[in-house]
Design a protein around this ligand. Structure first.
Ligand code: FAD
Ligand code: MLT
Ligand code: ZN
Length: 474
């Protein structure tokens, strides 16, 4: 039963936003359950402001009542960082209603959008205006640009364009005190003190609420050619990456590696996608050449690369998409691995990065370690090889109770994988962030001085601990 303070707060919030945008009853699972259906929280209320003014007033009212806030965008996060805890005392602040475009400056190659704008919509708006917004990930139909910035999302074009951090020029942020940091700069150079934009990007709602962003646009490439290749090993995939970088240069805009079992799951759950070449090879690679000159030039360079790779023995077979539609089908297969995993059942995710040169040895030694220590586990190994980022995921052994498997083995499997990542000088979170899932692992793998500095920054900007407590830093 909410306390008097909470009841007073609820009536204040209803006065600010209207009854219909302060949800306390009915099915709130879209806001309270994480995408992987692993955790279900309970909010005091789900509030849906539509203006920056309303966000500041909600934050001030919560600060006054000492009630913490969990900001949420598309709720596609994979580290349980954007749903309320189970206490029923937190306000879930959804940015989804703030999805407008504030401005597009073609000559400055920038667009300013509100945080709740869905990524796919942003991609389409950029394309309609004749530009490319090069952030692309499997959740793009639901995730929001505010959530992308809060998690410093990566995706499949980081290789060429960087993480979303590299695509953002300015931010509008509401602070834990309910004030507005007006930072929607379209400047590529502004060297006036600490870069608070970069502090907010990747802070996962713990330092401020992103309400709008000014982001870069790029010229649309004249052609995007996609190839799907069968490769005999991880080492051969890394060799192919080197050849692709050598022969395609800046035209190489995507390089994804997919293990055979990952593709088996896609074939099992989505047979209509007709996954090519997967049955007879341990790994496949999806690579893209976005040559700015012409389709003919892009095709010629890609086919030349594949010839060289076949001769070098790092590719055993390959197909080049004959049309944009075919290319999109190949990317759809790649993006379906996460969904196929979810269909197969609860799984243990490791979103890790190691130096690209260390990837073959990391995979070989960690595969062997898990086979020894946890009999029967099935490895769903795939990811953004071009960034040294693997989704080294573990599916429960065939036919076993997945919830029991996670309960009995997840901590142990995490430790085995993370210790291996540490040995190879890697990171235990390459792109998904820390959320609440990795907040207790972080102290074992993060430099202690860096962690202490992170805690100082959190205390300085959010002394009441109002913003997304228990995420990123405990
Ligand atoms: P949410 O899930 O709503 O929130 C994520 C975090 O950001 C939470 O901590 C939340 O509190 C905070 N937050 C959200 N909005 C704001 C805001 N406006 N201000 C401050 N804090 C905020 N991620 C990748 O990086 N690369 C991938 O390739 C990738 N592929 C995916 C594929 C699938 C099928 C799925 C389901 C997820 C994938 N993800 C990937 C993870 C997820 O999509 C990203 O982390 C995405 O950026 C989250 O955006 P969102 O709007 O859903 O954020
Ligand atoms: C992806 O790249 O598809 C996701 O980040 C990986 C995952 O779901 O584990
Ligand atoms: Zn990913």
């Amino acid at each position: 039963m909410p306390s008097n303070t909470s009841l007073d707060l609820l009536s204040t919030l209803r006065g600010l936003l209207g009854e219909v945008h302060v949800l306390t009853e009915g099915d709130l699972s879209a806001y309270e359950q994480d995408w992987r259906k692993r955790t279900r929280g309970k909010a005091l209320a789900v509030v849906r402001p539509s203006t920056i003014q309303q966000v500041t007033e909600v934050v001030k009212a919560c600060a006054q009542a000492g009630v913490s806030i969990v900001p949420q965008g598309g709720n596609t996060g994979l580290v349980v960082g954007g749903i309320p805890d189970a206490t029923g005392t937190q306000v879930l602040l959804s940015l989804r209603r703030m999805s407008g475009v504030r401005s597009l400056d073609a000559d400055n190659l920038t667009i300013t959008v509100e945080a709740g704008c869905v990524l796919q919509h942003l991609q389409q708006m950029a394309e309609q205006a004749g530009f490319l917004f090069p952030l692309s990930l499997g959740a793009e139909g639901s995730c929001t640009i505010g959530g992308n910035l809060a998690t410093n999302a990566g995706g499949t074009q980081v290789l060429r364009y960087g993480n979303v951090r590299d695509l953002c020029l300015g931010l509008e942020v509401v602070t834990a005190q309910g004030e507005v940091m007006h930072g929607l700069s379209g400047l590529r150079k502004d060297n006036t003190g600490y870069d608070l934009r970069h502090l907010m990007i990747g802070s996962e709602g713990t330092l401020g609420i992103i309400t709008a962003a000014t982001i870069k646009l790029y010229p649309l490439p004249a052609a995007q050619l996609t190839a799907w290749a069968a490769v005999p090993s991880v080492a051969h995939a890394v060799k192919l990456l080197g050849l692709a970088q050598q022969h395609l240069g800046a035209g190489l805009t995507g390089f994804e590696m997919m293990g055979q079992f990952a593709l088996r799951l896609v074939d099992k759950h989505y047979p209509q996608l007709r996954v090519p070449l997967w049955q007879d090879t341990p790994y496949c690679v999806l690579l893209e050449n976005s040559d700015c000159e012409s389709e003919a030039h892009a095709r010629e360079r890609l086919e030349k690369l594949l010839e060289i790779a076949l001769e070098a023995g790092c590719v055993s077979d390959a197909v080049v998409a004959e049309s944009l539609g075919q290319a999109r089908k190949l990317w759809h297969i790649r993006e379906s691995i996460t969904l196929a995993q979810a269909e197969e059942g609860l799984n243990i995710k490791h979103d890790i990065s190691v130096p690209i040169s260390a990837i073959p040895h990391f995979v070989e030694s960690t595969d062997a370690l898990l086979a020894r220590e946890v009999a029967g586990v099935r490895l769903v190994n795939f990811g953004h090889l071009g960034d040294g980022n693997l989704h080294y995921n573990v599916q429960a052994p065939e036919g076993c109770d997945t919830s029991a498997f996670l309960r009995d083995y997840e901590a142990r499997v995490n430790r085995l994988v993370y210790e291996s990542v540490k040995q190879f000088g890697g990171s235990i979170s390459a792109e998904h962030g820390v959320g609440s899932m990795k907040v207790h692992s972080l102290p074992h793998y993060k430099d202690p001085v860096a962690l202490a500095m992170m805690r100082c920054i959190k205390h300085a900007l959010d002394p009441q601990g109002l913003l997304n407590p228990g995420r990123v830093v405990d």
